[in-house]
Design a protein around this ligand. Structure first.
Ligand code: SF4
Ligand code: SF4
Length: 482
């Protein structure tokens, strides 16, 4: 029997759950190698172990022989027992942390307000169709926004922290409303014992000194849409009258630097076929002073020319890996390198992060449209398939429960036989609904790189994991959905 040494922090032991049919061994484990030898990743609990080379070779041959679905469970179990693999069912190994049981509908923890479903820029790759979500430009009435905040607090767990998000379109076009909502939410939260934090996603072209002061005075995370240097940004983001959206963003950064920075200021890069070399874009963003810079491939856009299709994902992976290798080298040398995607992956692996859903959309997170409809998330606003109640009537608990039951990753094909499923969660609902899952090889390739990087960084710079906490991390747009 092999002696396997677990690397990293151990996730909490789960409550025992009901048994369910498990997929074959290729979906339960992944063998990988780093500069320090062979290792085993166990999907359940996102656990990482050192592995003797002979065991690694045997497992690789075994798992490569047939697909996960075609594996014989009895033969898999016998091999796992012989090799002493720490899989559920083995002596001393607890029940799986995730089984096919849908999550219970949790209390609401974050709500984004689409305060302005319109934008001052026109960007072909915008998922929100410049904020209109396929409809007319419109603003959220003040009474709807206040009622939405009151609804969030009423639906939150007693004493829990909550997050109010401002999305659009461009939320700062509704500046006065944003300021009033922050004031209202802070007072309402103080009355009920809920600490309220705020998140805002902006193109930063219209920010004023009073906004910067608001961001600095309250617990704000601000995510800025940045697509590259001046040429790279302006080719994707068209400012009215032909001005430079990039120059306006830089002026906005100056306003923040002079009048007050939010607690966390991140740059989010939407990657299209027109985006420049990612490492250059990343280092440009870091050079501008953002606390963190992260990438997201555009999978679904009103104009398909802006989408990263299945064939372009290989190039995306290559470029992401180049950025990741640089982050690994810089962090190992003790220098900061705030590459958001890499930081998030390191944190998730270190803490055994794993989940049966891609995000909290429709669970602890909802988004309110300008008219006061509640939807699973900010990207799914005005999509009837993801309608989840209204501000006036409250969240539709039945719709949320159905959503969680239908979208459990162990019930989705081909996810249920994918080794990456508890880190991936099955893909963004918005993207899956519109484009399916074109990026699976990219997701697995990126996670495979991150597994190697995790082991190597654990050896070269263990202090990195002591420093990095969830508050250092980006998360979904504005940190709302996780
Ligand atoms: S979306 Fe793709 S990568 Fe993610 S769990 Fe499903 S099959 Fe795996
Ligand atoms: S990952 Fe979740 S919260 Fe983010 S856009 Fe997709 S469905 Fe919405």
């Amino acid at each position: 029997m092999s002696v396997l040494l677990q690397i990293g922090r151990r996730p909490p032991e789960p409550e025992p759950g009901p048994d369910s049919a498990r997929p074959g061994l290729p979906a339960e484990i992944r063998v990988f190698r780093s500069a320090h030898g062979a290792h085993l990743f166990v999907a359940d609990g996102s656990r990482v172990y050192d592995l003797p080379e002979a065991t690694a070779a045997r497992l690789e041959a075994w798992t490569a022989a047939t697909s996960a679905a075609a594996h014989d469970p009895a033969a898999d179990a016998a091999l796992a027992a012989e090799l002493g693999l720490p899989l559920w069912g083995a002596a001393g190994v607890p029940a799986p942390r995730i089984d096919g049981t849908p999550a219970a509908v949790p209390p609401l923890a974050s709500l984004s307000l689409n305060v302005m479903q319109a934008c001052n820029l026109s960007c072909g790759h915008c998922y929100a169709d410049e904020g209109r979500f396929g409809g007319n430009a419109r603003a959220m009435p003040r009474e709807t926004a206040f009622a939405a905040v009151d609804r969030l607090i009423a639906e939150a767990a007693p004493g829990a922290g909550v997050v109010v998000g401002f999305m659009g379109g461009e939320p700062l076009l509704a500046r006065e409303l944003v300021h009033d909502v922050v004031d209202h939410a802070t007072r309402a939260g103080a009355d009920t014992g809920h600490a309220v934090r705020f998140a805002l996603t902006t193109n930063l072209t219209t920010v004023r000194p009073e906004d910067a002061e608001l961001f600095a005075a309250h617990p704000f995370t601000v995510a800025v849409s940045l697509d590259g240097d001046r040429a790279g940004h302006d080719v994707l983001r068209t400012a009215p009258g032909g001005g430079s959206a990039y120059d306006r963003l830089r002026a906005g950064l100056d306003v923040l630097n002079r009048h007050g920075r939010p607690r966390h200021l991140s740059a989010r890069v939407s990657v299209t076929p027109y985006t420049g070399r990612l490492k250059d874009v990343l280092e440009h963003g870091i050079g501008l002073g953002f606390d963190e810079v992260g990438f997201a491939a555009v999978v679904s856009a009103p104009d398909p020319a802006y989408e990263i299709g299945a064939s372009a994902f290989a190039g995306f992976l290559e470029q992401m890996t180049e950025c990741g290798e640089t982050a690994l080298a810089e962090l190992a040398a003790g220098r900061p390198y705030p590459f958001g995607n890499f930081q998030t992956a390191m944190y998730e692996l270190h803490t055994g992060g794993h989940r049966p859903y891609p995000c909290g959309a429709g669970a602890g997170y909802l988004s309110a449209s300008a008219e006061g409809g509640l939807y699973a998330c900010h990207r799914l606003v005005d999509d009837p398939a993801f309608r989840m109640g209204s501000v006036a009537q409250g969240p539709d608990q039945g719709a949320r429960a159905e959503h969680l039951a239908a979208r459990h990753v162990d019930r989705a094909e081909p996810c249920r036989s994918c080794w990456a499923r508890y880190l991936c969660g099955g893909g963004c609902y918005h993207e899956v609904a519109r484009r399916g899952r074109p990026g699976c090889d990219y997701i697995r390739g990126w996670l495979a790189f991150c597994l190697r990087a995790y082991v190597e960084l654990s050896e070269s710079a263990p202090e990195f994991f002591r420093r990095t906490t969830p508050s250092d991390l980006p998360g979904d747009p504005a940190g709302l959905a996780r």
